[in-house]
Design a protein. Structure first.
Length: 189
């Protein structure tokens, strides 16, 4: 009987420790940035979205550029389903005019914001282009990581971002909320 009481006490202690050390969900603050046309956008503008997908992008990074068509396709496939997709360019050497020219040249129709002095990249702790953060309308982090598992579209086996967005749209929790992003590093000031 003593062993039974001891074992039960041990289980209770483990349960309490598990709750105490469970990481709190990450929540982000609202921010406002201008797009390459000079229009201001705030995250709070998208509070009626089912989710807000933020992708840190670049004009000169070959990895980010390999994803241009895929990012645009994701935008087109999900925009009418209540998903907002925002690009953020935080690279210090890429001017607003570079972002505009790059978007026009590559037929990117989703909103791309300029993060002067990489303030938002720092708040998100973003490191790569492309790197994805999917937020709830309350700005809770739902998914963080890569778009998919290969720079080469023909080698893609797992479409992490699409899977996460589909789960959100179906009212489910994201089954794999963190993956390892890869690409070029964000060039900070």
């Amino acid at each position: 009987m003593y062993r039974s009481i001891l074992f039960t006490s041990f289980l209770v202690v483990l349960a309490v420790l598990a709750l105490a050390f469970k990481p709190a969900s990450e929540k982000f603050e609202n921010f406002t940035l201008k797009d390459y046309k000079g229009k201001e956008h705030s995250l709070s503008d998208y509070k009626n979205s089912k989710a807000i997908a933020i992708i840190f992008v670049a004009t000169e990074c070959p990895v980010s550029n390999a994803y241009n068509e895929r990012m645009e396709k994701i935008y087109q496939d999900y925009k009418d389903k209540g998903i907002t997709l925002l690009g953020i360019n935080s690279n210090k050497a890429e001017a607003v005019s570079d972002i505009r020219n790059h978007a026009l040249k590559n037929n990117l129709t989703f909103t791309i914001l300029k993060d002067e002095k990489n303030i938002i990249a720092d708040k998100f702790n973003a490191s790569f282009t492309p790197e994805v953060y999917v937020l709830s309308p309350n700005l809770d982090l739902l998914y963080h990581g890569r778009i998919d598992d290969s720079k080469r579209e023909s080698d893609v086996k797992i479409q992490d971002l699409r899977q996460s967005l589909d789960e959100i749209l179906n009212g489910k929790s994201v089954s794999n909320p963190k993956t390892k992003a890869f690409g070029c590093t964000i060039k900070r000031v």
